[in-house]
Design a binder for this molecule. Structure first.
Ligand code: NOJ
Length: 739
C-alpha cells in the first residue's frame, strides 16, 4: 500500500467511524441526524439520494439492470421502485448498507394503489362507498401487506379530481367532487401511514399527481391543462391540500403543464403553494421521466436545463430520468443551481429515512414470517369483501327485480361472468388473478337453484353460436344475470377513450337477452363512468360494480341475493353521451340557465343537460324519505357555526344504509358560485320504519371561497342549504349570514 493510499485508508476509517456514531445517535432528532450525515457527504453521494430507479420483473421473477446495481454500490442511486418481496428487497438493501461508503439505506417504492396482494376495489369504486372508515381500513391493510413485502413507500393516494370519464385514470381517483375527494384523500393518507411513520405495518404515502393532472384537454392522458387559478383552487386543489395537511410524507409531480409551465418545473405549484402556503415538509418526487419530458413540452432546450428548472422549482427526487445523476454536478459548478438547495432536498429525503427507522434496522420491512402471515390473510380477504359490497351502486331496480330469490334458476351470461383475470383491475400491485373469486363461483356458492353459464360473446367479438347458446340458456332460466363491461386495461394510465360506451357486441347481446322476455340484471364492470342510455332503458336492474378485486364474486353475490343491501352512491356523474362531457353536478348557474320553455338558454338541442345518473346517486332495496333541512337559526353572524338537521326515514321493508348529503349555494357573491357544492355527508343505517335526525355543522370555512380579490373567506348574504339522497334530488332551506 502506497503512502497516500494508506493515508486515505486511515482517513476513511476515522471518517466512517465518525459517521457511524452520528447516524446511530439515537437521542438526536431526524433533522439533526440528517444534518450531521449531510455534512459528511460528497456532492455525488448527495445526488445519489436524489435519484430513484426502477427494477424490473422478468418472467421468472424480479431482476435489476446491472448498471443500477452498480449505481447502488457506488452511492449514485439511493432509492428504488418496483422492487418488492422480502427476498429481493433484502438482497438490494444489503448492497446499500454493506457495500456503500455511507451505508445509507434505500427507500423502496411501489404503486400500491388498491391493495398489494389482497386487492380491494379500484379507488373510484371505493369512493362510491362514501365510507371513510372502510376506505381507511383498505389503505391500512394495503400498507400492512406492502410493508410485509419489503416496501416502505407507496405511490398513492392519487387525489386528482376529474370531471372527464374519457380520462382513463379516473379509476384511480375519488371522482369529481373536491369535498368528497378531500375526505377520501385524508382517509387514505392516514390509512397508508398508520399510527406513525416507521411502524412496520405502515408505508410513506405519496400524494399525486401534483397538480391538475385530472383535467387534460379532451380527456387525453398527459395532455395540456389550463384553467384560471380560481377554478383550479376551487375545484382541483382541495384534495391535495387535505392530503398534505393529513400528513402525507411525499408528493409526486404530474406530467401535464399548468398555465404554460410543466408541473415538474413549476415553482408556483411546488414551492409557493405546496411548501410555503400549505407548509409541506416532506419531499417531492417527479413522475416517471417527467423531468426529461420538459424538453418535449418545449420549455427547456435539453435534459440538463430540465434538471436545473426542476431543482430550482422545488423537485427533490428524479424518478427514472437520470438527469440529476448525469448533470446536477455540472449545474452546481456552473452556478445554475445552489448547493444549499441540493442540501435541502437531500435533507428532506434523509429525514424521512431516519423517521422510518431504516438506519437502526434497514431490514425492518423484510421479515419472511410477516410476509407469509400477513399477505392475503383471511381477515384481509374479509375486509376486502366488506368494502367491495359497500362499493357497489344499484343504478336501476324495476319492480324490485333485485334481490334475487336464491331458488330461482339463473342464466349467468357475459364475457366477465366466469372471468378472474380482469377483476383485479388496473394498478393491481402484486395481486394474482387466481386468488380472485369469479362471479360464477360467488353466485354458485350462494344460489340454491341451478346456475347455468354461457359467455354469449367475448369483449369485442360476437359469434352466432355463442349468442345462440346464451339465448338457449336464458330461455331455460327464470332470470338472466349478464356480466359485461370494459377490459381492465381500458382504464388506467394511457387508456383514454373517445367513446365511453360498452363495447358494441356486448350491448347487442344484452338487447337480444332482453328480447327473450326474461328479466335481465346487468352487472357492470368498468373503470370509468360509461354512457349506457340504451341499457338503462332496457335492463330490469343494473349494478355498477367497478373492479372489485380479490373478493369480487362473493361481494356481487352478496348484493344479488340480498345478503347485503346496496348502499353505494356515484362519486362521478354518468353521462348520457360522451358529447355531454364534462358533465358534473357543481356547475355554475350561467346568465341563461336551462329553461325547457326557452330556446335561448344553456342547453343541447338533442339531449337533456342532466347526466343519466347524477353525482351522489344510488338506490337501495329499501326506500328513504327526507324532511326539509332545518337550520338552527335562519339569521346567523359571520364566524358562527350553523347546525342543520334533517330527518330521514326508512320507508321500505328492509333494513338499509343511506348516504345523507348536504349541499350549499351562495346565492349572491362577488364571483359566480356553483349551484350546489357538497359540504357534508353521513352514512346511516335505518331499520324499516325507523327515522333518524341527522345533524351537520357548517362552519365559516365551509361557506368560504376565493373571492374577487383571491382572498379566501365567506361573504355575508343569503345561502341555500340543501339535503337529500343525491345531488339532483334535494330539499332546500334559506339562511342569511350577517356581518
Ligand atoms: C407513472 C404514473 O403516472 C405514476 O402514477 C406512477 O406512480 C409511476 N408511473 C410509477 O409507476
Amino acid at each position: 500500500m502506497g503512502k497516500s493510499t494508506y493515508l486515505l485508508f486511515i482517513l476513511n476509517i476515522l471518517f466512517f467511524r465518525n459517521i457511524q456514531a452520528q447516524i446511530y445517535r439515537p437521542s438526536a432528532t431526524a433533522e439533526q441526524r440528517a444534518n450531521e450525515l449531510l455534512a459528511t457527504m460528497t456532492l455525488d453521494e448527495k445526488i445519489g439520494q436524489l435519484t430513484l430507479y426502477t427494477t424490473d420483473w422478468g418472467s421468472t421473477g424480479p431482476t435489476i439492470r446491472e448498471g443500477y446495481k452498480n449505481d447502488i454500490r457506488s452511492g449514485a442511486c439511493g432509492n428504488l421502485f418496483n422492487s418488492h418481496t422480502v427476498g429481493f428487497v433484502r438482497e438490494l438493501q444489503k448492497v446499500a448498507v454493506e457495500e456503500t461508503r455511507l451505508k445509507i439505506p434505500l427507500l423502496f417504492g411501489f404503486d400500491v394503489i388498491h391493495g398489494y396482494k389482497t386487492i380491494f376495489p379500484i379507488p373510484l369504486g371505493e369512493a362510491a362507498s362514501w365510507d371513510m372508515e372502510a376506505i381507511g381500513r383498505s389503505a391500512r391493510i394495503s400498507a400492512a401487506e406492502a410493508a410485509a413485502a419489503g416496501l416502505n413507500w407507496t405511490f398513492a393516494p392519487m387525489v386528482d379530481i376529474s370531471r372527464d370519464p374519457r380520462w382513463g385514470r379516473v379509476m384511480e381517483g375519488a371522482g369529481e367532487d373536491p369535498w368528497l375527494g378531500s375526505r377520501i384523500a385524508e382517509a387514505r393518507v392516514r390509512g397508508f401511514q398508520g399510527k406513525k411513520i416507521g411502524d412496520t405495518d405502515a408505508v410513506l404515502a405519496c400524494v399525486k399527481h401534483f397538480a391538475g393532472y385530472g383535467a387534460p384537454i379532451g380527456g387525453r392522458d398527459y395532455n395540456t391543462v389550463d384553467m384560471s387559478e380560481r377554478y383550479f383552487r376551487d375545484f382541483y386543489m382541495p384534495p391535495y391540500e387535505a392530503a398534505v395537511k393529513a400528513g402525507a410524507a411525499t408528493v409526486m409531480t404530474s406530467f401535464n403543464d399548468y398555465d404554460g409551465v410543466p408541473a415538474t418545473g413549476n415553482k408556483y405549484l411546488l414551492t409557493d403553494l405546496l411548501r410555503k402556503e400549505w407548509g409541506f415538509r416532506g419531499f417531492i418526487v417527479t413522475d416517471y421521466t417527467s423531468m426529461n419530458e420538459m424538453v418535449n413540452h418545449g420549455v427547456v432546450a435539453d435534459d440538463k436545463e430540465a434538471g436545473e428548472l426542476s431543482l430550482n422549482a422545488g423537485v427533490d427526487m428524479d424518478m427514472q430520468g437520470a438527469i440529476y445523476q448525469r448533470f446536477l454536478k455540472k449545474s452546481v459548478e456552473e452556478g445554475k443551481v445552489k448547493m444549499a438547495d441540493i442540501d435541502e432536498a437531500v435533507r428532506r429525503i434523509l429525514r424521512l429515512k431516519f423517521d422510518l427507522g431504516l438506519f437502526e434496522d434497514p431490514y425492518k420491512f423484510c421479515d419472511e414470517n410477516r410476509e407469509k402471515s400477513v399477505l392475503l390473510s383471511p381477515e384481509n380477504r374479509a375486509a376486502a369483501r366488506d368494502i367491495s359490497r359497500k362499493s357497489i351502486v344499484l343504478l336501476k331496480n324495476d319492480k324490485n327485480l333485485l334481490p334475487l330469490d336464491r331458488n330461482r334458476k339463473i342464466a349467468l351470461i357475459g364475457p366477465l361472468a366466469d372471468n378472474k383475470g380482469e377483476l383485479i383491475g388496473n394498478w393491481n400491485g402484486a395481486g394474482n388473478a387466481n386468488d380472485c373469486v369469479s362471479v360464477l363461483e360467488g353466485v354458485r356458492a350462494q344460489a340454491k337453484g341451478e346456475v347455468l353459464f354461457e359467455r354469449g360473446c367475448s369483449f369485442f367479438e360476437a359469434k352466432k353460436e355463442w349468442l345462440e347458446a346464451a339465448l338457449a340458456v336464458a330461455k331455460q332460466s327464470d332470470v338472466v344475470v349478464a356480466v359485461v363491461g370494459e377490459q381492465a386495461m381500458m382504464s388506467g394510465e394511457a387508456a383514454a377513450r373517445a367513446d365511453i360506451t360498452l363495447p358494441a357486441v356486448q350491448e347487442e347481446i344484452l338487447i337480444e337477452l332482453v328480447k327473450t322476455g326474461k328479466p335481465v340484471v346487468v352487472v357492470l364492470m368498468n373503470g370509468r363512468p360509461l354512457a349506457i342510455p340504451n341499457i338503462a332503458e332496457n335492463a330490469g336492474a343494473i349494478l355498477e360494480t367497478w373492479w372489485l378485486g380479490t373478493e369480487a364474486g362473493n361481494a356481487i353475490a352478496d348484493v344479488l341475493f340480498g345478503g347485503y343491501n346496496p348502499s353505494g352512491k356515484l362519486p362521478m356523474s354518468f353521462p348520457r353521451s360522451v358529447g355531454q362531457v364534462p358533465v358534473f353536478y357543481n356547475e355554475k348557474n350561467t346568465g341563461r340557465p336551462f329553461d325547457p320553455n326557452s330556446k335561448w338558454t344553456s342547453k343541447y338541442i338533442d339531449m337533456p343537460n342532466a347526466p343519466l345518473y347524477p353525482f351522489g346517486y344510488g338506490l337501495s332495496y329499501t326506500t328513504f324519505s327526507y324532511s326539509d333541512p332545518k337550520p338552527d337559526k335562519i339569521v346567523f353572524k359571520k364566524g358562527e357555526n350553523l347546525q342543520i338537521t334533517v330527518s330521514v326515514t326508512n320507508t321500505g321493508s328492509r333494513p338499509g344504509e343511506e348516504v345523507v348529503q348536504l349541499y350549499v349555494r351562495d346565492l349572491v357573491a362577488s364571483v359566480t358560485r356553483p349551484v350546489r357544492e357538497l359540504k357534508g355527508f353521513q352514512k346511516i343505517a335505518l331499520n324499516p320504519g325507523e327515522t333518524k335526525a341527522v345533524k351537520f355543522t357548517l362552519t365559516e370555512r365551509d361557506l368560504s371561497f376565493y373571492r374577487r380579490d383571491m382572498t379566501f373567506g365567506a361573504e355575508p348574504g343569503e345561502f341555500e342549504i340543501m339535503t337529500g339522497g343525491n345531488s339532483a334530488d334535494v330539499k332546500k332551506a334559506k339562511v342569511l349570514m350577517t356581518e
